[in-house]
Design a binder for this molecule. Structure first.
Ligand code: S3P
Ligand code: PEP
Length: 443
C-alpha cells in the first residue's frame, strides 16, 4: 500500500466549501458511532435471541453491514425511526455474496462470521477496497482450518476478493496475528470468537499496534453481551466460548465525526457544542477535547454537552496519533492553518485506510500552496499561505471533512466528491451549512 492515490472523478462536480463568515455559535447533533453500530450489529446477529439498537448510525458503512448480515440470514428491521434497528438472528447461510463497499469494519469483521455459515461466502468491494490489507485475518482463519480462496485459487489471499469456506462451525484455539497494519484484524477475529468451539486466544506479534481504543471497544462490547474476555496481558486476548446474549443497546454519538465540527470553532472562532458526549467511552474521539485545547481551543463538558471555543489562533503540535489515526485528517487541516509546524506521528497504518491518507493529505495540502511532507510514520506540516483550488478526496470521507475545515479560511476551495462523506455521515454538507448559520443541526 505505498502507491500514491489517483482519481479520475471530474473536478466539475466539486462542492464550494463555505468560508466562515465570523465566529460560530452552533449546537451540532452528531449521529451514532460507526464503530459501535457495526460491532453491535455483528453481535446482535450472533446472539441468542432478538435485540434492539437505538441511536444506530445509518450511513453507507452501516447499511453495508446490515445488507451483509441479511445476506447471511439475519433479519434487520427499522423501528419507528431509522436509527432504531430490530435484529433477529437466524441460522447463518453460506452460498451468498457480501459487498464490503469500502468499509473496513465490514471486510475485517465478517470473514469470521462467514466462517460460521453453512457454505461459501464470497467477499468483494469497491476498487479502493481491493488494495486494503486483509492478509492477517484470512491467514488466521485459515490456521483455524477454515478454507479461504482467492478468485484464482492458490495461496491464501491477502486482499479482496476472496471466498470464506464456511463449515457451520469454527474449531477456534490459538492464533498469532500481526495487527500492525490495522486493529481491525484483532477486532474482526475476537467479535465472533465466543461462537468458536474453543473460543480464541489471539496474540499480536507485530512491532506496533494501532488504534488500541478500538480493540478496547471490541472487548467492552463483547463483555456487554455477556462474553468473557481476558485482556490482562499486553497484546494477548482470550475470548471464552459461550453464548452472546441478546439485549437492547444505545449507541453513543460518533466522536470522530464530531471532531471536524468542534475543530471548526478553533479555526473560525466562537463556540460549537456537541450534545450526548459520553463521560466514559472507548471511542478514540475522546482525545479530541484535549488535542483541540493543545492547538489553541478551550474545551468544557457541561452535563453531556461538550463545548469547544476558539479565538481563531491555532498552534502546531507534535503528537503521536497511533491510538486515534482516524482523527489525523482533521488535525492535518488544523495544522495547515496553524501559526507553527505540526508533526503527526505513529500513523504509518493510514496508508491502508480508505486511501493512502498520508500521500493524499500531503498531495492536497501541497496543491493549495501548503507544505506537508510524509515521514516514515506520519506527516510534518509547516503552515504556508493557502490558495483556493480543487481538493481531491480519493473516496475518503475524512479527506472531504478535512477539506471543509480548510475551506473555512481558504477562499475558492472546492471539494471533489463531497458525497463521499456518506460513508459515515450522510447529510454532512447540510450539517456544515447549518453550523455556519448558527442553527441547531438535527440528528
Ligand atoms: O474497529 C474500528 O471500528 C476501527 C478501527 C480503526 O482502524 P485501524 O486500526 O485500521 O486504523 C479506525 O481507524 C477505523 O476507522 C474504525
Ligand atoms: C479508517 C476508517 O474507516 P474503516 O472503518 O473503513 O477502516 C475511518 O473511518 O477513518
Amino acid at each position: 500500500m505505498t502507491d500514491t492515490p489517483t482519481t479520475t472523478a471530474p473536478a466539475a462536480a466539486a462542492w464550494e466549501a463555505p468560508l466562515a463568515g465570523g465566529p460560530l455559535d452552533a449546537t451540532v447533533d452528531v449521529p451514532g458511532s460507526k464503530s459501535l453500530t457495526n460491532r453491535l450489529l455483528v453481535l446482535a446477529a450472533l446472539a441468542d435471541g432478538p435485540g434492539v439498537l437505538h441511536g444506530a448510525l445509518r450511513s453507507r458503512d452501516t447499511d453495508l453491514m446490515i445488507g451483509a448480515l441479511r445476506a447471511l440470514g439475519t433479519q434487520v428491521e427499522e423501528g419507528d425511526v431509522p436509527s432504531t434497528l430490530h435484529v433477529t438472528p437466524g441460522p447463518l447461510h453460506g452460498g451468498t455474496n457480501i459487498d464490503t463497499g469500502l468499509a473496513g469494519t465490514v471486510m475485517r469483521f465478517l470473514p469470521s462470521v462467514a466462517a460460521l455459515a453453512d457454505g461459501p461466502v464470497r467477499f468483494d468491494g469497491d476498487p479502493e477496497a481491493r488494495v486494503r490489507p486483509m492478509g492477517p485475518v484470512l491467514a488466521a482463519l485459515n490456521a483455524l482450518d477454515i478454507p479461504i480462496a482467492g478468485d484464482d485459487g492458490g495461496a491464501v489471499p491477502t486482499h479482496l476478493p476472496f471466498t470464506v469456506g464456511g463449515r457451520g462451525h469454527v474449531r477456534g484455539g490459538s492464533v498469532d496475528v500481526d495487527a500492525s497494519g490495522s486493529s481491525q484484524f484483532v477486532s474482526g477475529l475476537l467479535l465472533a470468537a465466543a461462537r468458536f468451539d474453543q473460543g480464541l486466544t489471539l496474540r499480536h506479534v507485530g512491532t506496533t499496534l494501532p488504534s488500541l481504543p478500538h480493540i478496547e471497544m471490541t472487548v467492552d462490547t463483547l463483555r456487554s453481551v455477556g462474553v468473557t474476555v481476558d485482556d490482562s496481558r499486553d497484546g494477548i486476548w482470550r475470548v471464552f466460548p459461550g453464548p452472546v446474549h441478546a439485549g437492547e443497546f444505545r449507541v453513543e454519538p460518533d466522536l470522530s465525526n464530531a471532531a471536524p465540527f468542534l475543530a471548526a470553532a478553533v479555526i473560525a472562532g466562537g463556540t460549537v457544542r456537541v450534545p450526548g458526549w459520553p463521560d466514559k467511552t472507548t471511542q478514540p474521539g475522546a482525545l479530541v477535547p484535549d488535542l483541540l485545547t493543545r492547538m489553541g481551543g478551550a474545551a468544557s463538558l457541561d452535563g453531556d454537552v461538550l463545548s469547544v471555543t476558539g479565538t481563531g489562533a491555532i498552534h502546531g503540535i507534535d503528537v503521536d496519533l497511533r491510538a486515534a489515526g482516524e482523527l489525523a485528517p482533521t488535525f492535518a487541516a488544523l495544522a495547515a492553518l496553524a501559526d507553527s509546524p505540526t508533526r503527526l506521528r505513529g500513523i504509518a497504518h493510514l496508508r491502508g485506510h480508505e486511501t493512502d491518507r498520508l500521500a493524499a493529505l500531503a498531495r492536497e495540502i501541497t496543491r493549495l500552496g501548503g507544505q506537508c511532507e510524509e515521514t516514515r510514520d506520519g506527516l510534518v506540516i509547516t503552515p504556508r499561505p493557502l490558495h483556493g483550488d480543487v481538493f481531491r478526496t480519493y473516496a475518503d470521507h475524512r479527506m472531504a471533512t478535512s477539506a471543509a475545515l480548510l475551506g473555512l479560511r481558504v477562499a475558492g476551495l472546492r471539494v471533489e466528491d463531497v458525497d463521499t462523506t456518506a460513508k459515515t455521515l450522510p447529510g454532512f454538507t447540510g450539517m456544515w451549512l447549518r453550523m455556519l448559520a448558527g442553527s441547531r443541526t438535527p440528528e
